[in-house]
Design a protein around this ligand. Structure first.
Ligand SMILES: Cc1cc2nc3c(=O)[nH]c(=O)nc-3n(C[C@H](O)[C@H](O)[C@H](O)COP(=O)(O)OP(=O)(O)OC[C@H]3O[C@@H](n4cnc5c(N)ncnc54)[C@H](O)[C@@H]3O)c2cc1C
Length: 450
């Protein structure tokens, strides 16, 4: 049984690993090193933190003092792990050396900033930590015009927050639709139209070419246009943070993230490294939908992997991490948008041909007050008829419905099987007596026959 556990990283994966290790093995000495000043916070809530809807203290679930007193976990904040020596089983952090029996690497991801000029000017930000959120909030005090690079869900959540704060907001996106990788155009268009109606401007098919200014940002250039602005946010995607894994010679997959076994151990030259574990945004996952690798990079995945890594770091009886469909949901303005498994874009990346089935209804019984529009689509592989994905845009209730579709995806149900087996719960204030997802399944079966 491992007694000394070191965790690098205090995000969702790292803190879940530390807590799991300590709860499974109370006598273990668990130490966390993090570059962050805060621990155990939800980056997912940063847009609402910047807007002021949630106080910054509310985002941070527990302090290092709480972990020390209540859980017996020792956290070193603002401390970078400079190196790991897996021969002597030591990490060097803040100039001192610490021994481990098991090491959990949960160093997360880094925002990808395109290599363009001016990206380091004052008032140009990425969003990853509470500190980033606070810095953006401070810069916005004297700003009227904001440009967001990237129309993924984080970029759009921020766009709404800034608009609510009374700013002029322009979103610059290099693809020709919002939420390009994980949502289909018809679903994404609903969101874009709603945001345009709120006065948010979109410049599409326009990679950011440069950020311009003297001391601080004054404009950006994109699609031949110069867009004046006081603040720029890069919401341009996340890359696995591979500094420590690469220094240790761990195997990196073709998606440029760490390859892990179901026990969350990494490999080196194809051999499992038994006393090191990895979890969170730096890990390449196995897809539940198509054979092969995928990236999840979700808080929900990071917590699950962290718990498994922390448990296996102290226990002989191993628990396993499975495959991912990576259900996601985002609240953008008055809409919730959610998805699971493959979008049409991802399906074509895997080289498979999909049919779709769509339906529109309301989130409550038609006669019940307050019902909101609800669109749903299901995607199935044309050859096997397996449901490989689903998406929802609705005024409410998207999370539960997408989780239900996720079970169909991970269980490999065909569209026909789904329609026979699916049962829906009904109460007028929460649902229609026949949920539109069943109509979408009927439409899907019809389209699969064509
Ligand atoms: C604005 C925003 C909104 C999001 N919304 C959602 C959402 O709604 N739903 C969802 O599921 N996911 C969402 N995500 C994604 C989710 O937050 C991430 O997937 C999750 O936080 C990843 O957790 P992690 O522990 O792997 O990495 P991180 O949270 O990035 O943690 C990495 C940790 O490693 C530390 N570290 C790195 N290198 C070192 C080193 N050398 N020494 C010491 N410490 C080091 C860092 O300081 C940090 O503590 C959102 C992310 C952002 C930024």
């Amino acid at each position: 049984m491992a007694n000394e556990i070191i965790v690098i990283g205090s995000g969702a994966a790292g803190m879940s690993a530390a807590s799991a290790a300590k709860s499974k093995c109370p006598e273990a000495k668990v130490t966390v090193f993090t570059e962050d000043e805060d621990v155990a916070y939800s980056p997912c809530a940063i847009p609402w933190g910047i807007e002021g809807k949630i106080p910054w203290e509310g985002l941070v679930m527990h302090t290092p003092e709480f972990y020390a007193k209540e859980r017996g976990i020792d956290i070193h904040t603002r401390t970078t792990v400079e190196s790991v020596d897996d021969e002597s089983k030591t990490v060097t952090a803040g100039g001192a050396q610490y021994h481990y029996d098991s090491l959990v690497i949960a160093t997360g991801g880094k925002v990808f900033v395109p290599p363009i000029s001016g990206a380091n000017l004052k008032n140009v930000f990425v969003v990853r930590t509470v500190r980033d959120g606070k810095n953006i909030q401070a810069a916005l005090k004297d700003a009227t015009r904001v440009v967001i690079g990237g129309a993924g869900v984080i970029g759009l959540e921020l766009a709404v927050a800034f608009k609510e704060m009374g700013k002029e907001v322009t979103v610059v996106e290099m693809m020709d639709q919002v939420i390009p990788r994980i949502a289909d155009r018809d679903m994404a268009d609903v969101i874009q139209k709603d945001l345009e109606g709120r006065g948010i401007r979109f410049v599409m098919k326009a990679p950011l070419q440069s950020v311009n200014g003297q001391d601080k940002v004054e404009s950006v250039s994109a699609a031949g246009e110069t867009i004046p602005c006081d603040v720029v946010i890069f919401a341009t995607g996340v890359r696995a943070n591979l500094e420590i894994p690469k220094a240790l010679g761990l195997d990196i997959g073709h998606l440029n993230a760490v390859i892990a076994s179901p026990t969350m151990n990494p490999y080196r030259r194809g051999r499992l490294v038994p006393d090191i574990f990895v979890a969170g945004d730096l890990v390449q996952c196995s897809s539940a939908v198509m054979p092969g690798a995928t990236m999840s990079q979700l808080g929900s995945t990071a917590v699950k992997q962290g718990m498994i890594a922390g448990t296996n770091a102290v226990c002989k009886d191993k628990v396993l991490f499975g495959e991912v469909a990576s259900p996601w949901v985002s609240c953008i303005g008055d809409n919730q948008i959610a998805g699971t498994g493959l979008s049409k874009g991802l399906a074509s990346w895997y080289g498979i041909d999909v049919a779709e089935g769509k339906a529109e209804g309301t989130t409550r019984a038609r006669y019940y007050p307050g019902g909101l529009p609800y669109r749903v689509k299901l995607l199935a592989d044309r050859t096997s008829h397996r449901i490989v994905g689903g998406q929802i845009v609705a005024g409410e209730g998207a999370t539960g419905r997408i989780e239900w579709i996720t079970m169909a995806v991970v269980c490999g149900m065909t569209a026909e099987d789904f329609l026979v087996k699916a049962e829906t719960a009904y109460c007028p204030p929460t649902s229609m007596v026949r949920d539109p997802v069943l109509w979408a399944a009927e439409d899907l079966i019809k389209n699969l026959k064509q």
